[in-house]
Write a protein that binds this ligand. Structure first.
Ligand code: NAD
Length: 260
């Protein structure tokens, strides 16, 4: 489907981003990986995408706490393979603390990665998309972009913000072949959540199984984690031509979390 298209997925060395990269590669897109991690593991991931799916895959480093690096990532991606046709802003971090005790440097980093980097990469990628009258921006927001929880002020602010940002992009490009949408996952089984499970188990002196069922999934009515591949499949759909009229949307994949 995406043969000849190039997709940049931020934060694709782990979790949801890695699954999105794999699903887009399986649909024929060339892939630009980005994120932190062990160099050998990233090279193995890159080589496997090329071998398994017969696409080109490159890794481009960028620390998305820095706007200039986010901009440069898009230009480096073009040099590595080709201009970015499908941009997936997925990189993210979490930090949990009461507002009055929230470390300012964590606030700044979280807003930079989860919100501002989507502005910088989009601004850099949109001119090419507009020129060719085809492009896809897919921002990974969260159920927490629609409803909030205590102690996640920075995350809630960033994720609500990225939904608003995405709507603006959609309106600006509505008459072109460029769409901009958010995917809003509930709890997905990734290292980011596994870290929260371990932390809560310690804090509440509970087993990890009890934390998963009674704390984490208490907000997710279907009582199971979303798998990263489900988000990958949604990204493939949003990038497809069947989804050309879906723009400015924030699509929940959350087991009815936000139906409450
Ligand atoms: P993860 O921790 O498994 O992966 C995060 C990725 O972002 C990694 O590749 C990491 O290297 C990268 N990253 C972190 N800081 C970066 C930086 N400064 N510069 C560049 N890359 C950086 O997390 P995940 O669960 O796969 O989350 C991916 C996205 O999905 C995030 O935006 C997250 O908020 C969102 N999300 C996750 C869940 C969930 O339950 N896991 C739910 C809703 C939304």
């Amino acid at each position: 489907t995406f043969k000849g298209r190039t997709a940049l997925i931020t934060g694709s060395t782990s979790g949801i981003g890695a699954a999105i990269a794999e699903k887009l590669a399986a649909s024929g897109a060339n892939i630009i990986l980005n994120g932190f991690g062990d160099a050998d593991a990233i090279e193995a991931q890159r080589a496997e995408l090329e071998q398994r799916y017969g696409v080109k895959a490159a890794f481009v480093a960028a620390d998305l706490t820095k706007g200039a690096e986010a901009t440069k990532l898009v230009h480096d991606a073009e040099r590595a393979i080709a201009p970015v046709d499908i941009l997936v802003n997925n990189a993210g971090i979490q930090h949990v603390a009461p507002v009055a005790e929230f470390p300012p440097e964590k606030w700044e980093a979280l807003i930079a990665i989860c919100l501002s980097s989507a502005f910088y990469t989009s601004a850099a990628a949109l001119p090419h998309m507009k020129r060719q009258d085809w492009g896809r921006i897919i921002n990974i927001a969260s159920a927490q972009g629609k409803v909030a929880s205590a102690y996640k002020s920075a995350y809630n602010a960033a994720k609500h913000g990225v939904i608003g940002f995405t709507k603006s992009v959609a309106l600006e490009y509505a008459e072109s072949g460029v769409t901009a949408n958010c995917i809003c996952p509930g709890y997905v089984n990734t290292p980011l959540v596994q870290g929260q499970v371990a932390g809560q188990a310690k804090a509440h002196n509970m087993s990890e199984e009890d934390v998963i069922r009674n704390v984490i999934l208490s907000v997710q009515p279907n009582k199971r984690f979303v798998e990263p591949e489900e988000i990958g499949d949604m990204a493939v759909y949003l990038a497809s031509d069947s989804a050309r009229s879906i723009t400015g949307a924030a699509i929940s994949v959350d087991g009815a979390w936000t139906a409450w």
